[in-house]
Write a protein that binds this ligand. Sequence first.
Ligand code: PDD
Length: 282
Amino acid sequence: MILVQDQLKDQSEVRIDIEDRGYQFGDGVYEVVRIYNGQYFGMEEHLIRLERSAREIQMTLPYSIELLKERLEKLAKANDIRDGHVYLQITRGVAERTHQFPLQQAPFLVAYARKSPRPLSKMKDGITAITTEDIRWLRCDIKSLNLLGNVLGKQKAMDTKCDESIFIRNDIVTEGSSTNVYIVKNGEIWTHPANNFILNGITRQVVLDIAKETGITVHEETFTKNELMDADEVIISSTTMEVTPVISIDGTQVSNGEPGKVARTLQEKFNERIAQLQRVKN
Ligand code: PDD
């Protein structure tokens, strides 16, 4: 079953119009939300960000956050998802193809849930990355359907048998192609400030909260490519990758090429947050 507008439907019943503006222009916004043990993680925060992304492109969500939450709960249950995620997108709807907004906007919502395991071995062993130029637009804070810069970045990583591309804009490390990036130096964390150059990840917000709670100093300040290459630890985070250490960049080991202590602490506390979710819900 998938969610179309506010109704659960069988996927075979659903047709996407060739003049949907999401299909033609990437004119829409989206979210990916994790499901652990049948329960959503950070749903409220994801929906608030969705609302903000929509507002920033002058679109209004067609339904309230309360209604969306209720329907998404039904979607996860209908598909019997224990560990997985939901993908939700809202486009500006169907209209004759002109670049400007149609006079009548009818936002179109689709969401589907999938089973997907946690990336446990990558979290344990770490991943490899390359650096590449950040060629994206200047509103990376909007979780827009337009992902060509991200897609090309990820593909470049795959072509060099790496897991992720770390974007560099004017010598500054912004974020990964689908992740936020952190460096650790002398036990303290640096990560790009949440402005128009990055997506303010929901996982990023949890990581910063955990760091604060654990007494790890965080600098939401920019850092350079040299500082990245010279870091004691490099870590990425996202809904799907959780908190994962980076053990090599552009073929050079990060420190001794092993996941570091700060990464391990954050992972441990992140696991506690997931466990806490179960306790609160039960
Ligand atoms: N990607 N930065 C970018 C460019 C992203 O695409 C993502 C998420 C993040 C991390 O955000 P969060 O912690 O809220 O997942 C940062 C999702 C998972 C995706 O497009 O699949």
